[in-house]
Design a binder for this molecule. Structure first.
Ligand code: 1HE
Length: 270
């Protein structure tokens, strides 16, 4: 059944560059600066962090989308020109904190990608946990052409999706990757028709929201860290995380439900 959303209230309603709606178990956060193609100025990136830090407790997963014809045109270039080197470093570190609040926040984030997913927009998408791309989506890193470098975590996250070689090409030559190739390379996990991304993302987020919270925590917090560790260290961390998750009452109840034939089997999806 489709989720019904209500406009957010209180602090979240006051974030004027976002449109936030709350459903029964998921929240929808939309970048809402369509006249500027959702270009990210400081206000918008900080509002994104504020939103993720202040989700109501019933929101157990987030769908992140962009208003208008594009997901996000990246950094608002009109704010770039006056910055000193020192300010530039701090600005990039601020973006890193916000991207971390997506990747290592309280709940998983499913991104719906359409139109331009470029520069900082691709960095935001890369910090999300699952990406659903519509056929119109395209990926670019125009930083190379603008005389700058990625600063929002792209050099760490984009190669983990598509490899250093692909990001190198995108930055050196300005290569733009369409939705089909992006799906094949790993930019998106799902590829759907134009207009179908939000429903697909809500379906996924609702499933995610029904998981035991500690399972979602382990996937979000432990999995990427284990991938960055040596195998012996990763396996050690895996054992600790597995023991913590399985010791939780939610896990015990779910396993009991399966053994009592009250829970679903693993089935092929249609
Ligand atoms: C912007 C921005 C922006 C649009 N900063 N204002 N990102 C880029 O280099 C991408 C630059 N943008 C584009 O290539 C195109 O705008 C799009 C392909 C995304 C969309 O094209 P289109 O034809 O739909 O829109 P438009 O007519 O180009 O833009 C509409 C308005 O949005 C226009 O402003 P207006 O006042 O003339 O109406 C544009 O100037 C404005 N706009 N994109 C500022 N990015 C943490 S470090 C990350 C580093 C980066 O992200 S670098 C990559 C920046």
């Amino acid at each position: 059944m489709a989720t019904t959303f209500q406009p957010a209230t209180g602090l979240l309603a006051g974030l004027d560059l976002l449109a936030i709606e709350i459903g029964d178990t998921i929240a929808h956060v939309r970048l809402n600066r369509p006249a500027k193609r959702n270009a990210i100025n400081d206000t918008l990136v900080l509002q994104l962090q504020t939103a993720l830090l202040n989700l109501p407790p019933e929101a157990k997963a987030v769908v992140l989308s962009g208003a208008g014809d594009h997901f996000c045109a990246g950094l608002d270039l009109s704010e770039l020109s006056e910055r000193s080197v020192a300010e530039g470093v701090l600005h990039s570190r601020m973006w890193h904190q916000v991207m971390d609040s997506i990747q290592f926040g309280r709940v998983p984030v499913v991104a719906v990608l359409h139109g331009a997913v470029v520069g900082g927009g691709l960095e935001i998408a890369s910090a999300c946990h699952i990406r659903v791309a519509e056929a119109s989506a395209y990926y670019g890193l125009p930083e190379g052409q603008r005389g700058i470098f990625v600063g929002g975590g792209g050099s760490a996250r984009v190669p983990r999706l598509v490899g250093v070689h692909c990001m190198t090409d995108m930055m050196l030559t300005g290569a733009v990757i369409d939705a089909q190739e992006g799906w094949q390379r790993g930019f998106s996990r799902y590829l759907v028709a134009d207009g179908a991304g939000f429903a697909k993302a809500c379906e996924l987020a609702t499933k995610i929201a029904s998981n035991a919270p500690l399972s979602n925590f382990a996937v979000m917090q432990a999995l990427p860290r284990i991938a960055d560790l040596s195998q012996p260290d990763g396996l050690f961390l895996e054992s600790l995380m597995a023991a913590i998750a399985q010791g939780d009452d939610a896990a015990k109840e779910r396993v009991r439900a399966f053994l009592d034939k009250r829970a679903g089997k693993v089935e092929k999806q249609a």
